[in-house]
Design a protein around this ligand. Structure first.
Ligand SMILES: [Zn+2]
Length: 366
Protein backbone atom coordinates (compact mmCIF):
# COMPACT_ATOMS: atom_id res chain seq x y z
CA UNK A 1 0.00 0.00 0.00
CA UNK A 2 2.75 2.37 1.04
CA UNK A 3 4.91 1.21 -1.87
CA UNK A 4 2.16 1.79 -4.41
CA UNK A 5 1.40 5.20 -2.93
CA UNK A 6 5.03 6.26 -3.19
CA UNK A 7 5.25 4.79 -6.68
CA UNK A 8 2.19 6.64 -7.87
CA UNK A 9 3.45 9.86 -6.35
CA UNK A 10 6.79 9.38 -8.03
CA UNK A 11 4.93 8.84 -11.29
CA UNK A 12 2.91 12.00 -10.72
CA UNK A 13 6.07 13.98 -9.98
CA UNK A 14 7.71 12.60 -13.10
CA UNK A 15 4.64 13.47 -15.13
CA UNK A 16 4.59 17.03 -13.87
CA UNK A 17 8.35 17.36 -14.42
CA UNK A 18 8.10 16.04 -17.96
CA UNK A 19 5.05 17.91 -19.13
CA UNK A 20 4.73 20.86 -16.80
CA UNK A 21 1.27 22.25 -17.19
CA UNK A 22 0.68 20.57 -20.54
CA UNK A 23 -2.20 18.52 -19.17
CA UNK A 24 -4.08 21.70 -18.32
CA UNK A 25 -3.40 23.44 -21.60
CA UNK A 26 -6.61 22.40 -23.39
CA UNK A 27 -8.80 23.76 -20.56
CA UNK A 28 -6.75 26.92 -20.26
CA UNK A 29 -7.06 27.45 -23.99
CA UNK A 30 -10.78 26.92 -23.85
CA UNK A 31 -11.05 29.56 -21.13
CA UNK A 32 -9.26 32.24 -23.09
CA UNK A 33 -9.06 33.48 -26.66
CA UNK A 34 -7.69 30.74 -28.81
CA UNK A 35 -7.44 29.91 -32.46
CA UNK A 36 -5.51 27.74 -34.80
CA UNK A 37 -1.76 28.08 -34.45
CA UNK A 38 -0.05 30.12 -37.09
CA UNK A 39 2.86 28.51 -38.94
CA UNK A 40 5.36 30.86 -37.25
CA UNK A 41 4.29 29.54 -33.87
CA UNK A 42 5.02 25.89 -34.59
CA UNK A 43 7.80 24.70 -32.32
CA UNK A 44 10.01 23.50 -35.15
CA UNK A 45 9.82 26.85 -36.95
CA UNK A 46 10.39 29.18 -34.06
CA UNK A 47 14.04 30.11 -33.56
CA UNK A 48 13.49 30.81 -29.87
CA UNK A 49 12.16 27.31 -29.31
CA UNK A 50 14.80 25.14 -27.70
CA UNK A 51 14.52 21.37 -27.40
CA UNK A 52 14.55 21.55 -23.60
CA UNK A 53 11.91 24.23 -23.46
CA UNK A 54 8.85 23.35 -21.41
CA UNK A 55 5.43 23.69 -23.03
CA UNK A 56 4.49 26.55 -20.69
CA UNK A 57 7.51 28.55 -21.84
CA UNK A 58 6.50 28.68 -25.50
CA UNK A 59 6.95 32.16 -26.91
CA UNK A 60 3.48 32.08 -28.43
CA UNK A 61 1.97 31.58 -24.99
CA UNK A 62 -0.73 34.11 -24.22
CA UNK A 63 -1.48 35.20 -20.62
CA UNK A 64 -4.71 33.19 -20.73
CA UNK A 65 -2.70 29.99 -21.10
CA UNK A 66 -0.72 30.33 -17.87
CA UNK A 67 -1.37 27.96 -15.00
CA UNK A 68 -2.93 30.78 -12.99
CA UNK A 69 -5.62 31.04 -15.64
CA UNK A 70 -6.96 27.55 -15.07
CA UNK A 71 -10.65 27.79 -14.31
CA UNK A 72 -11.87 26.54 -11.95
CA UNK A 73 -8.65 26.76 -9.96
CA UNK A 74 -7.77 23.30 -8.57
CA UNK A 75 -7.06 23.55 -4.83
CA UNK A 76 -6.83 21.04 -2.00
CA UNK A 77 -7.61 21.15 1.72
CA UNK A 78 -7.18 18.77 4.64
CA UNK A 79 -10.69 18.95 6.10
CA UNK A 80 -14.26 19.88 5.16
CA UNK A 81 -14.54 23.16 7.16
CA UNK A 82 -11.75 24.56 4.99
CA UNK A 83 -13.77 23.54 1.96
CA UNK A 84 -16.68 25.54 3.37
CA UNK A 85 -14.52 28.68 3.52
CA UNK A 86 -13.24 28.20 -0.03
CA UNK A 87 -16.72 27.66 -1.39
CA UNK A 88 -17.97 30.83 0.31
CA UNK A 89 -14.96 32.73 -1.06
CA UNK A 90 -14.73 31.45 -4.60
CA UNK A 91 -17.69 29.12 -5.27
CA UNK A 92 -17.45 27.41 -8.64
CA UNK A 93 -14.25 29.29 -9.47
CA UNK A 94 -12.37 26.70 -7.41
CA UNK A 95 -12.40 22.92 -7.58
CA UNK A 96 -11.70 21.64 -4.08
CA UNK A 97 -10.18 18.29 -3.17
CA UNK A 98 -10.86 17.47 0.50
CA UNK A 99 -8.40 14.92 1.84
CA UNK A 100 -10.18 13.83 5.03
CA UNK A 101 -13.50 12.70 3.63
CA UNK A 102 -16.75 12.38 5.53
CA UNK A 103 -16.66 9.94 8.42
CA UNK A 104 -12.86 9.80 8.56
CA UNK A 105 -10.81 10.96 11.52
CA UNK A 106 -8.55 13.99 11.16
CA UNK A 107 -6.30 12.39 13.76
CA UNK A 108 -5.32 9.25 11.93
CA UNK A 109 -6.39 9.56 8.30
CA UNK A 110 -3.92 9.04 5.47
CA UNK A 111 -5.02 9.73 1.91
CA UNK A 112 -5.58 7.22 -0.84
CA UNK A 113 -3.28 7.09 -3.87
CA UNK A 114 -5.96 8.74 -5.97
CA UNK A 115 -6.31 11.63 -3.50
CA UNK A 116 -2.54 12.05 -3.41
CA UNK A 117 -2.31 12.41 -7.17
CA UNK A 118 -5.31 14.77 -7.17
CA UNK A 119 -3.52 16.92 -4.59
CA UNK A 120 -0.41 16.84 -6.76
CA UNK A 121 -2.42 18.48 -9.55
CA UNK A 122 -3.74 21.28 -7.31
CA UNK A 123 -2.39 24.82 -7.47
CA UNK A 124 -2.68 25.37 -3.73
CA UNK A 125 -2.83 23.16 -0.67
CA UNK A 126 -4.38 24.71 2.43
CA UNK A 127 -2.70 22.93 5.34
CA UNK A 128 -3.89 22.76 8.97
CA UNK A 129 -0.91 21.28 10.80
CA UNK A 130 -2.60 17.88 11.06
CA UNK A 131 -0.65 14.60 11.28
CA UNK A 132 -1.65 13.64 7.74
CA UNK A 133 0.41 16.61 6.53
CA UNK A 134 3.49 14.96 8.05
CA UNK A 135 2.95 11.71 6.15
CA UNK A 136 5.29 10.46 3.46
CA UNK A 137 2.78 11.30 0.73
CA UNK A 138 2.89 14.96 1.79
CA UNK A 139 6.69 15.00 1.83
CA UNK A 140 6.50 14.04 -1.85
CA UNK A 141 4.06 16.90 -2.47
CA UNK A 142 6.39 19.37 -0.78
CA UNK A 143 9.48 18.00 -2.55
CA UNK A 144 7.87 18.30 -5.97
CA UNK A 145 7.36 22.05 -5.31
CA UNK A 146 4.51 21.92 -7.78
CA UNK A 147 1.76 22.72 -5.28
CA UNK A 148 2.03 25.84 -3.13
CA UNK A 149 1.36 24.88 0.51
CA UNK A 150 -0.38 27.53 2.62
CA UNK A 151 -0.59 27.17 6.39
CA UNK A 152 -4.13 28.14 7.36
CA UNK A 153 -2.99 28.75 10.95
CA UNK A 154 -1.08 31.82 9.82
CA UNK A 155 -1.76 34.77 12.12
CA UNK A 156 -3.47 32.58 14.72
CA UNK A 157 -2.14 32.27 18.27
CA UNK A 158 -2.20 28.55 18.92
CA UNK A 159 -3.30 27.25 22.29
CA UNK A 160 -1.86 24.13 23.82
CA UNK A 161 -3.79 20.92 23.26
CA UNK A 162 -5.12 19.43 26.49
CA UNK A 163 -2.88 16.61 27.59
CA UNK A 164 0.45 17.91 26.37
CA UNK A 165 3.37 18.69 28.66
CA UNK A 166 1.40 19.13 31.85
CA UNK A 167 2.04 17.75 35.28
CA UNK A 168 -0.24 14.72 35.49
CA UNK A 169 -0.79 15.42 39.17
CA UNK A 170 -2.54 18.71 38.46
CA UNK A 171 -6.25 18.69 38.12
CA UNK A 172 -8.06 21.88 37.30
CA UNK A 173 -9.85 21.47 34.03
CA UNK A 174 -7.10 22.40 31.65
CA UNK A 175 -4.60 19.75 32.57
CA UNK A 176 -6.31 16.68 31.38
CA UNK A 177 -3.61 14.33 30.38
CA UNK A 178 -0.11 13.03 30.25
CA UNK A 179 1.93 10.15 28.93
CA UNK A 180 3.57 9.37 25.63
CA UNK A 181 2.00 10.60 22.39
CA UNK A 182 -0.71 8.35 20.99
CA UNK A 183 -2.70 8.98 17.83
CA UNK A 184 -3.28 12.58 18.79
CA UNK A 185 -4.10 15.13 16.14
CA UNK A 186 -1.43 17.54 17.33
CA UNK A 187 2.00 17.30 15.76
CA UNK A 188 3.77 19.67 18.16
CA UNK A 189 1.63 19.98 21.26
CA UNK A 190 -0.37 22.90 19.90
CA UNK A 191 -4.10 22.54 19.45
CA UNK A 192 -4.84 22.16 15.71
CA UNK A 193 -8.64 22.62 15.94
CA UNK A 194 -8.57 26.25 14.80
CA UNK A 195 -11.60 25.79 12.54
CA UNK A 196 -14.09 25.71 15.42
CA UNK A 197 -14.69 29.42 16.06
CA UNK A 198 -15.99 32.16 13.75
CA UNK A 199 -13.18 34.55 14.73
CA UNK A 200 -10.46 32.07 13.76
CA UNK A 201 -12.34 31.06 10.62
CA UNK A 202 -12.30 34.73 9.63
CA UNK A 203 -8.52 34.81 9.94
CA UNK A 204 -8.28 31.64 7.82
CA UNK A 205 -10.60 33.14 5.22
CA UNK A 206 -8.25 36.14 4.92
CA UNK A 207 -5.22 33.86 4.55
CA UNK A 208 -7.04 31.82 1.90
CA UNK A 209 -8.22 34.90 0.05
CA UNK A 210 -4.68 36.28 -0.15
CA UNK A 211 -3.31 32.99 -1.48
CA UNK A 212 -6.14 32.67 -4.01
CA UNK A 213 -5.50 36.20 -5.30
CA UNK A 214 -1.81 35.44 -5.73
CA UNK A 215 -2.48 32.14 -7.48
CA UNK A 216 -5.29 33.45 -9.66
CA UNK A 217 -5.51 37.23 -10.04
CA UNK A 218 -8.73 36.79 -12.01
CA UNK A 219 -10.41 35.92 -8.69
CA UNK A 220 -9.79 39.49 -7.46
CA UNK A 221 -13.23 40.87 -8.26
CA UNK A 222 -15.08 37.93 -6.75
CA UNK A 223 -12.98 37.98 -3.56
CA UNK A 224 -13.45 41.72 -3.15
CA UNK A 225 -17.12 40.95 -2.51
CA UNK A 226 -17.05 37.46 -1.06
CA UNK A 227 -14.45 38.00 1.68
CA UNK A 228 -16.25 40.93 3.36
CA UNK A 229 -19.55 39.05 3.05
CA UNK A 230 -18.05 35.96 4.69
CA UNK A 231 -16.48 38.04 7.47
CA UNK A 232 -19.85 39.64 8.12
CA UNK A 233 -21.56 36.24 8.22
CA UNK A 234 -18.97 34.93 10.68
CA UNK A 235 -19.30 38.03 12.90
CA UNK A 236 -23.06 37.50 13.06
CA UNK A 237 -22.53 33.82 13.84
CA UNK A 238 -20.10 34.72 16.63
CA UNK A 239 -22.69 36.99 18.22
CA UNK A 240 -25.30 34.27 17.96
CA UNK A 241 -23.04 31.66 19.59
CA UNK A 242 -22.14 34.12 22.34
CA UNK A 243 -25.83 34.56 23.15
CA UNK A 244 -26.50 30.82 23.15
CA UNK A 245 -23.55 30.10 25.46
CA UNK A 246 -23.95 33.06 27.82
CA UNK A 247 -25.83 31.03 30.49
CA UNK A 248 -23.10 28.35 30.43
CA UNK A 249 -20.22 30.74 31.06
CA UNK A 250 -17.59 29.49 33.50
CA UNK A 251 -18.96 25.95 33.47
CA UNK A 252 -17.38 22.80 32.13
CA UNK A 253 -18.32 20.20 29.55
CA UNK A 254 -16.78 16.75 29.19
CA UNK A 255 -15.61 15.41 25.88
CA UNK A 256 -13.59 12.40 24.80
CA UNK A 257 -11.36 14.06 22.18
CA UNK A 258 -10.62 17.73 23.03
CA UNK A 259 -11.51 19.26 19.66
CA UNK A 260 -13.32 22.33 21.04
CA UNK A 261 -10.65 24.17 23.01
CA UNK A 262 -10.69 27.33 20.91
CA UNK A 263 -14.47 27.28 21.00
CA UNK A 264 -14.45 26.89 24.79
CA UNK A 265 -11.90 29.72 25.19
CA UNK A 266 -13.88 32.04 22.92
CA UNK A 267 -17.12 31.65 24.87
CA UNK A 268 -15.76 31.39 28.41
CA UNK A 269 -16.57 27.73 29.00
CA UNK A 270 -14.25 24.91 30.04
CA UNK A 271 -13.46 21.78 28.06
CA UNK A 272 -12.50 18.69 30.03
CA UNK A 273 -10.98 15.92 27.93
CA UNK A 274 -11.36 12.24 28.72
CA UNK A 275 -8.80 11.14 26.15
CA UNK A 276 -5.13 11.12 27.21
CA UNK A 277 -2.64 11.77 24.43
CA UNK A 278 -4.95 10.18 21.91
CA UNK A 279 -5.62 7.18 24.12
CA UNK A 280 -8.23 6.03 26.60
CA UNK A 281 -7.52 7.01 30.23
CA UNK A 282 -6.16 4.50 32.73
CA UNK A 283 -8.50 3.06 35.36
CA UNK A 284 -7.14 5.50 37.90
CA UNK A 285 -7.60 8.46 35.56
CA UNK A 286 -11.09 7.28 34.72
CA UNK A 287 -12.07 7.13 38.38
CA UNK A 288 -10.75 10.66 38.82
CA UNK A 289 -12.69 11.85 35.75
CA UNK A 290 -15.88 10.30 37.12
CA UNK A 291 -15.35 12.13 40.40
CA UNK A 292 -14.72 15.35 38.53
CA UNK A 293 -17.82 14.87 36.37
CA UNK A 294 -19.95 14.47 39.50
CA UNK A 295 -18.37 17.55 41.05
CA UNK A 296 -19.03 19.60 37.90
CA UNK A 297 -22.59 18.37 37.71
CA UNK A 298 -22.08 17.00 34.21
CA UNK A 299 -25.09 15.44 32.48
CA UNK A 300 -23.65 14.79 29.07
CA UNK A 301 -20.34 13.46 27.78
CA UNK A 302 -19.56 14.43 24.21
CA UNK A 303 -17.85 12.24 21.66
CA UNK A 304 -17.15 12.74 17.96
CA UNK A 305 -18.53 10.32 15.38
CA UNK A 306 -15.09 9.25 14.18
CA UNK A 307 -14.01 8.03 17.62
CA UNK A 308 -16.02 5.73 19.85
CA UNK A 309 -15.12 5.45 23.48
CA UNK A 310 -16.03 3.16 26.36
CA UNK A 311 -14.37 5.66 28.70
CA UNK A 312 -16.85 8.36 27.61
CA UNK A 313 -19.71 5.95 28.37
CA UNK A 314 -18.17 5.11 31.74
CA UNK A 315 -18.01 8.80 32.72
CA UNK A 316 -21.58 9.34 31.53
CA UNK A 317 -22.74 6.33 33.56
CA UNK A 318 -21.11 7.70 36.69
CA UNK A 319 -23.30 10.81 36.54
CA UNK A 320 -26.42 9.03 35.25
CA UNK A 321 -25.91 11.06 32.12
CA UNK A 322 -25.66 10.28 28.44
CA UNK A 323 -23.22 10.30 25.58
CA UNK A 324 -23.89 12.76 22.78
CA UNK A 325 -22.18 13.11 19.43
CA UNK A 326 -20.83 16.43 18.13
CA UNK A 327 -18.72 16.53 14.98
CA UNK A 328 -15.86 19.01 14.49
CA UNK A 329 -15.56 18.13 10.79
CA UNK A 330 -19.03 18.99 9.46
CA UNK A 331 -18.90 20.81 6.14
CA UNK A 332 -21.82 23.13 6.94
CA UNK A 333 -19.85 25.11 9.50
CA UNK A 334 -22.44 27.72 10.61
CA UNK A 335 -25.20 25.14 11.11
CA UNK A 336 -22.79 22.84 12.92
CA UNK A 337 -21.42 25.51 15.27
CA UNK A 338 -24.98 26.55 16.16
CA UNK A 339 -25.88 22.94 16.88
CA UNK A 340 -22.76 22.39 18.99
CA UNK A 341 -23.34 25.62 20.94
CA UNK A 342 -26.91 24.59 21.74
CA UNK A 343 -25.83 21.06 22.68
CA UNK A 344 -23.13 22.32 25.03
CA UNK A 345 -25.34 25.03 26.51
CA UNK A 346 -28.06 22.49 27.15
CA UNK A 347 -25.60 19.99 28.60
CA UNK A 348 -24.20 22.37 31.18
CA UNK A 349 -26.88 24.96 31.85
CA UNK A 350 -29.15 22.57 33.71
CA UNK A 351 -26.86 22.36 36.70
CA UNK A 352 -26.07 19.30 38.79
CA UNK A 353 -27.96 16.13 38.01
CA UNK A 354 -30.60 15.16 40.52
CA UNK A 355 -33.76 13.15 40.58
CA UNK A 356 -34.37 10.37 38.10
CA UNK A 357 -31.38 9.47 36.00
CA UNK A 358 -31.16 10.33 32.33
CA UNK A 359 -30.99 7.32 30.14
CA UNK A 360 -27.82 6.31 28.39
CA UNK A 361 -27.91 6.71 24.64
CA UNK A 362 -26.53 3.31 23.86
CA UNK A 363 -25.79 -0.03 25.49
CA UNK A 364 -23.43 0.58 28.35
CA UNK A 365 -22.00 -2.91 28.21
CA UNK A 366 -20.72 -2.81 24.66
ZN1 LIG B 1 -8.47 16.43 16.83
Amino acid sequence: MRVSLVASLAAAVALVAAFGMAEFAPRALAAGPSGPMEPAQKPDQTPAQKPDQKPDQKPDQKPSQKPDQIRPLPVAVSIAPQRFLLERLAGDDVRVTTVVTSGQSHETYQPTDQQASEVMRASLYFAMGLPLENGRWFESIRRAQRVRVIDCREGITLRELEGHGHDPGQDHGHDEGHGTPGHVCSTDGSDPHVWTTPALLKQQARTMSKALREAAPWLDARLATSLPALEKELDALDLELRTILEPAKGQAFFIFHPAWGYFADAYGIRQIAIEREGKAPSDHELTELQRQARAEGARVVFVQPQISSKAAEAVARAVDGRVEVIDPLEADVPANLRRVARAIAEAIAKGPAKGPANKLDSGADR
